[in-house]
Design a protein around this ligand. Structure first.
Ligand SMILES: *[C@@H]1O[C@H](CO)[C@@H](O)[C@H](O)[C@H]1NC(C)=O
Ligand SMILES: *[C@@H]1O[C@H](CO)[C@@H](O)[C@H](O)[C@H]1NC(C)=O
Ligand SMILES: *[C@@H]1O[C@H](CO)[C@@H](O)[C@H](O)[C@H]1NC(C)=O
Ligand SMILES: *[C@@H]1O[C@H](CO)[C@@H](O)[C@H](O)[C@H]1NC(C)=O
Ligand SMILES: *[C@@H]1O[C@H](CO)[C@@H](O)[C@H](O)[C@H]1NC(C)=O
Ligand SMILES: CC(=O)N[C@H]1CO[C@H](CO)[C@@H](O)[C@@H]1O
Length: 821
């Protein structure tokens, strides 16, 4: 297994694209059409139950078609359909007449002195919320217009409240956490295309981003190398400009002594992983983990295990040189006062942002903050760029804000703008969130609150400013922030909301939550993840960190019918949905596409009982690899009441069912069950491309794949793989299972690999198809042709067959039937 991974690391990333070279173009086209049909069935079911007539996802069919590249690949002779078709055969719900009990808020004509009736609306949502708290009538607030607002705090007093756009309005009301730069006086600078403006009349102290809402674009912080992509987001692995990993000298990690760390180890609480993998609860406190708040992580313990495991460390600085930083001679001693070095982890497992101190004589930039945006460490950075440097302001749409002089500099795109005014009103994202919905406590939560049919935008990035910590034993580090933050809530729902151009996370379900619902929302251009769900255990740095018995975590999340796309713009270790210390969630019928890393991530095995079903997930791992549309880890056991209300470290089985996943770009697997993952039932999915089918490694177990279709396994950028890639040794009673699957192998070789040193994984009745006539007689298990293997090992893989695929149409037909299309 290790050999396989090392080889893949060297080979990986080379030829990745949205369509593997080796697959028949006609199959690829038919598969994309099928994905579009699948998306259509999900969208037509997507009738928001709320009262507003406009679905947040109304243009999604065209977006899915575009992301599937049906026209770009010439897959359709039919002209692209109307991109805004009526979204459903059922008539849209009728807006109600004016609601006399509602409080109306209007950003254009309102006043907080007004009564709040439809004809006498209030001006601010904050004042309307206050008014609704003091009234006994049913609580509804109707919004009209565009609101630039401070974060809106809602609490248990707002239980039962609904906030939504006035149903009589066509357009959603906009709630922005940004500050519009109205009445700016731009001056032309001597440098061509550069303009500057004095922002000292604004109360903010930084310009962490710059949005151009009328162009639906973001500006780029002045950087080197420049990015050709105004969104600073890659569609291809190498599409962004970066300085190669090897050319700079990275300063080594700070030395730590063992006494700088303390460890918590609760031994032997789990007995289901073979070879002693992940049996103990462990974490370390202090030392290199001081970058986190709280300073604790599995990766700071003295006994980390799994792929590439060692104690967390990060480089402490970088020595700059003109050979790779051509403008360095223009830098002054203060040039890098606001600079950020943005570096990938060398294996692209996360990206780090660092601030630092610059010594111009030694050209050394010593990091003093950052490196906490992921949980995995290294001695040096990977490929990187430097940003927020005035001397690098030399490219279209770049900006630089000097915090001490309060001057904003902007480089216009002269092909369409003669001055920055041509960009429309620019907005500076300022607030970390638009809604903070937080009850007083677990026993005094917010209940039945609902946000519907609004647009949320303009929140700032929090990748350097907010404390990060490591949520559990996966590879992630996160900040408890989001455009919509929920904590201590019950039955709170976010429905039919557009979450667009938010620079941090979209939704964040943090700590105690029951039955939080995100339904029919449309997330796009998100700096972090679309939705994060992250619970709390009963302690943080002590032994109580092992226990979830206090119930302070999300349970019964319902994430349904959402569209999430273009996520992880800034922090790359981000997904459409990630959960840690969360159990029994349902992620159903969503359309997820265009992301830098895994599509959906389960960071641990806390409690379990989650269902991932009916989703379309594709174009993931566009900027990274070693994952795919789905990824999981389970390196830390936790005590929870899910399986046994008196407490158990066992986990309820998780189900991954009836999904359509395309493992294109750098996907290693479509369903990547990584280190220690167990109790996964993956059934009846249509899984296309990538290098392997089932994956189980580093203590993986109880991983069951049944009734799936895998199309062209081994076609991925990680090289030829197998239908069942099982590097984990098997423990009696906890074997992996591969049964009744239909798998098309791109290349000959093994259809299954496994470690048979202790026990065999369970197998049988698999229909394996190969592309070469010669492969029929040779493809098998662990290097032995299937017929020979079956003869020598009766009962191990009975009923499985290898045959020649003479028509790829059978894959499409089977897929159509499996997905009920
Ligand atoms: C880690 O440290 C703890 C506490 O000092 C100790 O009990 C444990 O044996 C150590 N584990 C390893 C694997 O060294
Ligand atoms: C900000 O402007 C001042 C005055 O022009 C200059 O001395 C300083 O170097 C600038 N800071 C940065 C970080 O560029
Ligand atoms: C500059 O404007 C032109 C014309 O609108 C456009 O084609 C180009 O992509 C823009 N460049 C950037 C970096 O946005
Ligand atoms: C959200 O609100 C709660 C309750 O007022 C507060 O404790 C918490 O710090 C807030 N979180 C953020 C990120 O603003
Ligand atoms: C929360 O969800 C669970 C599981 O679906 C369900 O049994 C329970 O009734 C729900 N509770 C509420 C208050 O909706
Ligand atoms: C602002 C500035 O001088 N930028 C220069 C940085 O280096 C590149 C590569 O030599 C030049 O093209 C830029 O003009």
């Amino acid at each position: 297994m290790k050999l396989l991974l090392t080889a893949a690391l060297l080979l990986g990333y080379a030829s990745a694209s949205s369509r593997p070279d080796s697959v028949p173009a006609d199959f690829d086209c038919a598969m994309r059409q099928l994905a579009l049909d699948f998306a259509n069935t999900k969208l037509s079911a997507l009738r928001p139950s709320c009262q507003h007539p406009t679905p947040a996802t109304s243009n999604a069919v065209g977006l899915v078609r575009d992301a599937l590249e049906i026209d770009a690949y010439g897959c359709s002779t039919a002209p692209p359909p109307n991109l805004n078709p009526p979204s459903s055969s059922s008539p849209p719900p009728q807006p109600p007449l004016t609601d006399p009990s509602a409080i109306y808020v209007d950003s254009y004509v309102g006043s907080d002195e007004n009564s709040g009736s439809s004809t006498d609306p209030m001006l601010t949502l904050t004042a309307a919320v206050q008014k609704s708290r003091n009234s006994n009538s049913p609580k509804t607030i109707y919004l009209r217009g565009t609101f630039y607002t401070k974060q809106i705090q809602l609490n248990e007093e707002d239980s039962g409240l609904t906030i939504m756009t006035d149903p009589e309005e066509e357009e959603f009301a906009v709630l922005s956490g940004g500050v519009p730069l109205t009445t700016l006086q731009w001056e032309k600078n001597p440098t061509p295309n550069v303009f500057s403006a004095d922002l000292s009349s604004f109360s903010f102290s930084d310009v962490p981003g710059l949005h151009f809402p009328s162009l639906s674009q973001r500006g780029t912080v002045a950087r080197f190398p420049n990015t050709p992509n105004p969104f600073q987001m890659n569609e291809e692995f190498s599409g962004d400009q970066r300085i190669a990993q090897g050319v700079a000298t990275w300063l080594p990690p700070k030395p730590y002594k063992e006494t700088d760390f303390s460890y918590v180890q609760i031994p032997g609480v789990r007995d289901d992983t073979p070879d002693g993998w992940f049996q103990d609860y462990v974490h370390g406190v202090g030392g290199s983990c001081e970058v986190y708040d709280p300073p604790v992580s599995y990766w700071c313990s003295n006994s980390t295990q799994g792929g590439g495991a060692f104690q967390f460390m990060i480089p402490s600085g970088i020595i700059l040189d003109e050979s790779f930083l051509p403008n360095l001679s223009k830098y002054t001693p203060t040039s890098l006062n606001q600079a950020v070095v943005n570096a990938w982890h060398p294996a692209r497992w996360e990206n780090w942002m660092f601030e630092g101190d610059f010594d111009i004589n030694s050209k050394t930039f010593t990091f003093n903050k950052g490196g906490f945006q992921g949980a995995r460490g290294e001695k040096q950075g990977g490929d990187w760029f430097i940003e927020n440097v005035f001397e690098e302001l030399d490219s279209e749409n770049e900006f630089f804000y000097n915090r001490s002089s309060k001057m904003l500099f902007f480089y216009v795109n002269a092909s369409f703008a003669s001055s920055p005014d041509d960009y429309g009103v620019m907005v500076v994202p300022q607030e970390e969130g638009v809604f903070n919905i937080s009850g007083a406590s677990q026993s005094n939560p917010v209940k039945d609150l609902s946000i519907e049919s609004v647009t949320i935008t303009g929140t700032r990035h929090t990748y350097l400013t907010a404390p990060h910590s490591v949520p559990s034993g996966g590879d992630w580090a996160l900040e408890r922030r989001g455009a919509i933050l929920l904590e201590n809530t019950e039955s709170t729902s976010i429905e039919n909301v557009k979450i667009n151009m938010v620079d941090g996370h979209g939704g964040h379900i943090s700590g105690y939550n029951r039955n939080a619902t995100f339904k029919g929302n449309h997330f796009s251009w998100v700096g972090g993840s679309a939705i994060v769900s992250w619970g709390r255990t009963d302690g943080e740095t002590d032994e109580e960190a092992f226990s979830g018995m206090g119930g302070n975590w999300p349970r019964f999340n319902l994430i349904e019918n959402n569209v999430a796309r273009e996520v992880g713009h800034f922090e790359k270790q981000n997904s459409f949905y990630v959960q840690a210390k969360t159990a029994q969630s349902t992620i159903r019928n969503n359309l997820f596409f265009n992301g830098p890393r895994a599509g959906v991530n389960y960071n641990d095995g806390f409690g379990g009982g989650d269902v991932l079903e009916g989703n379309l997930i594709f174009n993931t791992c566009r900027e990274s690899g070693d994952h795919g549309p789905f990824n999981s880890w389970d390196r830390q056991p936790f005590l929870t009441p899910v399986v046994d209300e008196d407490g158990s470290t066992a986990m309820e089985w998780r189900t991954i069912r009836s999904n359509f996943m395309i493992g294109n770009y750098q996907s290693q697997e479509t369903v990547d069950n990584d280190d220690g993952s167990g109790y996964y039932l993956t059934e009846d999915n249509f899984l296309v491309y990538s290098s392997n089918g089932l994956k189980s490694d580093f203590g993986g177990h109880d991983n069951h794949h049944i009734g799936n279709i895998y199309a062209y396994v081994g076609s991925g950028s990680w090289g030829s793989g197998s239908c069942m890639s099982d590097g984990a040794s098997q423990l009696d009673g906890h074997e992996d299972l591969y049964q009744n699957n239909f798998c098309v192998l791109s290349e000959g070789g093994d259809y299954g690999n496994f470690d048979a040193s202790t026990a065999y994984p369970k197998m049988g009745d698999n229909d394996i198809y190969v592309l070469g006539e010669d492969d029929v007689g040779t493809v098998g298990l662990n290097g032995v042709a299937l017929a020979d293997f079956q003869a020598a090992n009766p009962g191990v893989d009975d009923g499985s067959t290898v045959a020649l695929l003479d028509d790829w149409g059978i894959i499409i037909n089977k897929g159509r039937a499996l997905l009920g299309l």
